[in-house]
Design a protein around this ligand. Structure first.
Ligand code: CTP
Length: 212
C-alpha cells in the first residue's frame, strides 16, 4: 500500500523567534512510518518539527505550520491507499505573525488567534479521499464518547484514542496506551507498551479492514 502519515507537532509563528506549539514529539507517527516501511509499504511522512531521524526507506516532507501541513497533504494525497493522521496539529494560530521580533512593553500582551483548518476533516470532505483513513483522538476526558464523535465527524475507518492527561503514556513519551475504535462498533485496547508495539497493533487493525 501507499501510506501517507502525518506526524509531530506544528508551530504557529507569533514573530520570527516565537511560536505556539504542543508537547508532541512525533514518536508515535515515526514508529508507524518505520513499521509500515518494514512491512513493505511505500511511506510518505509529512512531518512537523521533530528531533528524530527519518526511518530508513521512508520519504519525508518537513513542514512547520498547520497551514503548510494542510497544503502538503492536499498536494500528496492522490494515489494514496491509506492515510494515518497522527500529527498533533495546532487548532489555533496567531492571526498576524509579526515580521519583526515583538519588543517587550510594560503592559501585558494579547494575541489574537484564528482557527486553523482541520486537515483530517478535509481529507474526505475537500480532498475526496476514498482510501482507508486513520485518525487520532487526544483526549483528557470522556475518551470513548469523544473518540466516537470524532471518528464519525471526520469519516475515519479507524480512530486511535489516547488519554493525554496521563504522564506515563502519550505526548513526549516512549510509551503509549490506546483504544482502537472501528466503524463496525468494535474496539480494542492496546495496553501500555513501547510506541513500536502500538504501531504494530494499529497497522494490524489497518490490515484487517483492508482485507475486508
Ligand atoms: N487534526 C488535523 N488538523 C487539525 C486538527 C486535528 O488533521 N487542524 C487531526 C489530528 O491529526 C488527529 C485528529 O484530527 O488525527 C484529532 O485531533 P484532536 O486534537 O484529538 O482533535 P480536534 O479535532 O482538534 O478536537 P479537540 O481539540 O476539540 O479535541
Amino acid at each position: 500500500m501507499r501510506i501517507l502519515i502525518t506526524a509531530g507537532p506544528t508551530r504557529e509563528a507569533i514573530d520570527p523567534v516565537r511560536y505556539i506549539s504542543n508537547r508532541s514529539s512525533g514518536r508515535m507517527g515515526y514508529a508507524l512510518a518505520g513499521e509500515a516501511q518494514a512491512r513493505g509499504h511505500d511511506v510518505l511522512l509529512v512531518s512537523g518539527p521533530v528531533s528524530i531521524n527519518t526511518p530508513e526507506g521512508c520519504r519525508r516532507i518537513s513542514v512547520e505550520s498547520a497551514a503548510e501541513m494542510f497544503e502538503t497533504v492536499a498536494a500528496n494525497i492522490d494515489g494514496v491507499d491509506a492515510a494515518i493522521m497522527s500529527a498533533a496539529v495546532s487548532d489555533y494560530a496567531p492571526v498576524h505573525a509579526a515580521e519583526e521580533k515583538i519588543k517587550k512593553i510594560d503592559e501585558g500582551l494579547t494575541l489574537e488567534l484564528g482557527k486553523t483548518r482541520d486537515i483530517l476533516e478535509a481529507v474526505r470532505g475537500e480532498f475526496h479521499f476514498k482510501g482507508l483513513l486513520v485518525g487520532f483522538a487526544a483526549e483528557t476526558e470522556n475518551l470513548r464518547l469523544n473518540a466516537l464523535k470524532k471518528m464519525k465527524r471526520k469519516e475515519c475507518d479507524l480512530m486511535v484514542a489516547n488519554d493525554v492527561s496521563r504522564r506515563d503514556i502519550g505526548f513526549d513519551n516512549d510509551y503509549n496506551e490506546v483504544t482502537i475504535f472501528k466503524t463496525d462498533g468494535t474496539e480494542e485496547v492496546i495496553s501500555r507498551q513501547l510506541k513500536q508495539g502500538v504501531a504494530c497493533a494499529i497497522l494490524d487493525a489497518l490490515n484487517d479492514i483492508a482485507a475486508k
